[in-house]
Design a protein around this ligand. Sequence first.
Ligand code: SF4
Ligand code: SF4
Length: 103
Amino acid sequence: MSIRINDASCVGCRRCAEVCPGNLIRIVDRKAVIRREKDCWGCTSCLKECRNGAILFFLGADIGGKGSVLSVEEKGDIRTWTVTGSDGTKKEIAVNMKESNRY
Ligand code: SF4
Ligand code: SF4
């Protein structure tokens, strides 16, 4: 598991670097860079913090991801997780964050 950072969308705001529990992201020339990709344990904190959609999370074959990628978009209270398959198909899961801890 690991993330990929899209240079073209990254504005170097550091939000991802500040939340990574493994201190795996640094800013180089105003762009986020992940070091030691294999150490990423997939907590997705950086995806949720990035306001530019610059980070994608790769879902490995070991968890049935078959090369699909996960991205996150936030609008108001709604956080939408999108899984894009290797064939381009998309599945979306929208979560109202104000209700996400209700049982
Ligand atoms: S949070 Fe997003 S835009 Fe900001 S530095 Fe990280 S990847 Fe770049
Ligand atoms: S998914 Fe978690 S561990 Fe991996 S780079 Fe992002 S914040 Fe760090």
